[in-house]
Write a protein that binds this ligand. Structure first.
Ligand code: COA
Length: 260
């Protein structure tokens, strides 16, 4: 699919996905959502892509939310369908089996905050701002905000953001656990790429199964989650990567993982 609203660039195994509607603060209209869904599918299925970084174009916004012009025309059934399309796109990034990092370069509001939360890690510029302002528009979060935000920052912090619609800055987002790291704006992409390259140097099968265990385990009882973890641990013992990782340690050399 040729993209009109995204830049999609693959360099040395890392996909750099930039939402590119800076004149509308990268708001998620239907076309952006469709193109992001295609991009997520590519990350999940294309073998040369081993991880991804998502960011927004321009200096002002990561994503300033779902496109309010689109929302203003919706009725109850297409509204629900829109929410489900957006949710499915976010879930595809979340379950793509490869590390996805949000490099939050500015406003991450509504659907922007929700998109960042579906990524596995969030690195924010010190100029970034976060919020779930939907209630100010008479709507509630529709792309997973009511579900992922409390899982990330706890019920109290989540309800504070969702009920007041207040924006918080990057430092406060870091304090409550919404972002993993805050860096100066000029260093954002380098910091995100450094983190991604670090993960890409690990055993890719181990990374994949760790992502899956955390994602699925959060919805399980402790007993079920521990069994899933033990099964993954056993499965990894059948891989060449495990042999390579342990042997490399004992031979005091860096491992060369092949994802096998
Ligand atoms: N949907 C559609 N268009 C949006 C948008 C959104 N979520 N957010 C910003 N834009 C558009 C504006 O309408 C404006 O377009 P225009 O120049 O054609 O009028 C352009 O992006 C620039 O935004 P502007 O509001 O002029 O910038 P600002 O610096 O004054 O304010 C914000 C920045 C982020 C505070 C403000 O744009 C805002 O509140 N956006 C909506 C945030 C929101 O409620 N998101 C959740 C949606 S569910």
């Amino acid at each position: 699919m040729p993209y009109q609203t995204l830049l999609f660039d693959v360099r040395d195994g890392a996909a750099f996905i930039t939402i590119n509607r800076p004149e509308k603060l990268n708001a998620l209209n239907d076309q952006v959502v469709d193109e992001l869904a295609d991009a997520a599918e590519r990350v999940a299925t294309e073998q040369p892509i081993r991880g991804a970084i998502l960011t927004g174009s321009g200096t002002k916004a990561f994503v300033a939310g779902a496109d309010i012009a689109d929302l203003s025309k919706q009725g109850p059934f297409d509204g629900k369908a829109r929410a489900q399309r957006g949710q499915a796109m976010l879930r595809r990034f979340e379950t793509c089996g490869k590390p996805v990092i949000a490099a939050v370069n500015g406003y991450a509001l509504g659907g922007g905050c929700e998109l960042a939360m579906a990524c596995h890690l969030r690195i924010a510029s010190d100029a970034a701002k976060f919020g779930q302002p939907e209630v100010k528009l008479g709507i509630a979060p529709g792309y997973g905000g009511t579900q992922r935000l409390p899982r990330l920052v706890g019920k109290g912090n989540a309800l504070h953001l969702i009920l007041t619609g207040d924006m918080i800055d990057a430092r406060e987002a870091h304090r409550i656990g919404l972002v993993n790291q805050v860096v100066p704006a000029a260093d954002l992409m380098a910091a995100a790429e450094k983190t991604l390259r670090g993960i890409l140097a690990m055993g890719p099968l181990a990374v994949r199964l760790a992502l899956e265990a955390v994602d699925q385990g959060l919805e399980m009882t402790l007993e079920e989650g521990l069994l899933l973890e033990a099964n993954h641990f056993g499965l990894l013992a059948a891989t060449e990567d495990m042999k390579e990782g342990l042997t490399a340690f004992l031979e005091k050399r860096p491992p060369r993982f092949r994802g096998k």
